[in-house]
Structure formats: C-alpha cells, structure tokens
Design a binder for this molecule. Structure first.
Ligand SMILES: [Zn+2]
Length: 192
C-alpha cells in the first residue's frame, strides 16, 4: 500500500488537521528523515498551503487544532504544536500550547524547524562559508579530524551524509563518518 493509501485509511479520508475532505495529499512533516506513514500526515491544500507559506496563515482556520492536537499520531501533534507556536501571539493558541502533550522525542521533532522562536532565539547552523545547514544535508570535511574516543582520523574531503543538527548548540552537527556516529564542528565542514 502506498503512503497515501495508508494515510487515507488512518484518517478516514479527511485532513488530519482540519477535517476537510477535499484536495487531500501527503504532507511529509519536516525535517523529513523517516518519511513513511509515521513521518507524514494527510492534509488538505488549505492547511498545507498555510503551513508552507507563513505569510498566508489565517489564525481562525487553525481553531481546528483544538480537536486535532489530541491526535494519537505524533506527526499530527508535531504539526499542531508548530502551528500553535507560530500563532501563539493570538492568545488562544498559547492556551492550547499549554495543554498539548508531546513525548520528549516528539517535542524535539516539533522544535526541529525553529517554528515559534524569535529570530534571535533560533539556533542556526552554518558551514565554513556561512551557508545554512539543515537536518539531512550532506557535508564534506575541509580538514582532517580526529574522531573523539577513537584513534581514527577522518580525512579531509570525507563526505558525511544526512547530518543532524544539535538543537542546543549551533556549532555542532552529528553525522556518520564511516560506521561511527560522531559530533562534528560546523566550521570544519562545507555543504555539498
Ligand atoms: Zn486541512
């Protein structure tokens, strides 16, 4: 079964955010790492459009989150959390945000896009050239690096694929060098 078919079954063929029944499609909740049904929701064009274009956000549309934030699916709750965070200055979304409960792992996922943070609070990761790094990007090492806790050295030019960002520290990313998951300092990498 395709992801679309699985989500259609899961949702009863309705938008998992607002309950609309037309123009439904798969929305992969960013940063897309797992994909598949657990990383996606079924959403209508109105919801997806507003999620992706913050300037078109109509706060009243999102009163639907009053219901959908209680979804049993993390992907739905993550999107609900992000939209409530985006809209919290309206007042009522802040009240809902105080009530929504996400497991720690889901909360980290929700926060991964920086939604709801003021620009100054956002942790932005940049490579040696100042290019912004995102979860899932690939980078190349620009110098030989010792791998912490081992005698291995990762050579300059080594590609590290599908990095993940340290949410607490803008100078650290994580990625696999060979078989080893390691922390890498952003100023020693270049995005490819
Ligand atoms: Zn919708």
């Amino acid at each position: 079964m395709s992801v679309l078919e699985e989500l259609t079954n899961r949702s009863g063929n309705t938008c998992e955010l607002c309950g609309a029944t037309n123009e439904l499609n798969v929305y992969e909740v960013p940063p897309v790492s797992t994909g598949g049904i657990d990383g996606s929701i079924l959403a209508c064009a109105t919801c997806t459009g507003q999620i992706e274009n913050p300037e078109t956000t109509d706060a009243n549309h999102w009163r639907c989150l009053n219901d959908s934030m209680w979804s049993e699916y993390d992907a739905v709750k993550v999107v609900a959390w992000r939209m409530l965070s985006r809209l919290k200055s309206e007042g009522w979304p802040k009240d809902l945000l105080d009530m929504i409960y996400l497991e720690p792992e889901a909360l980290n996922w929700a926060k991964a896009t920086g939604e709801g943070l003021a620009e100054s609070e956002k942790i932005i990761h940049r490579d040696v050239n100042g290019v912004i790094l995102e979860n899932g990007d690939s980078v190349v090492l620009i110098k030989d690096l010792k791998i912490k806790g081992s005698s291995q050295v990762a050579k300059q030019g080594t590609a590290v694929r599908r990095i993940s960002l340290d949410r607490e520290n803008a100078e650290y990313i994580e990625g696999k060098v060979g078989p080893t998951m390691t922390v890498i300092i952003t100023k020693y990498v270049k995005k490819i």
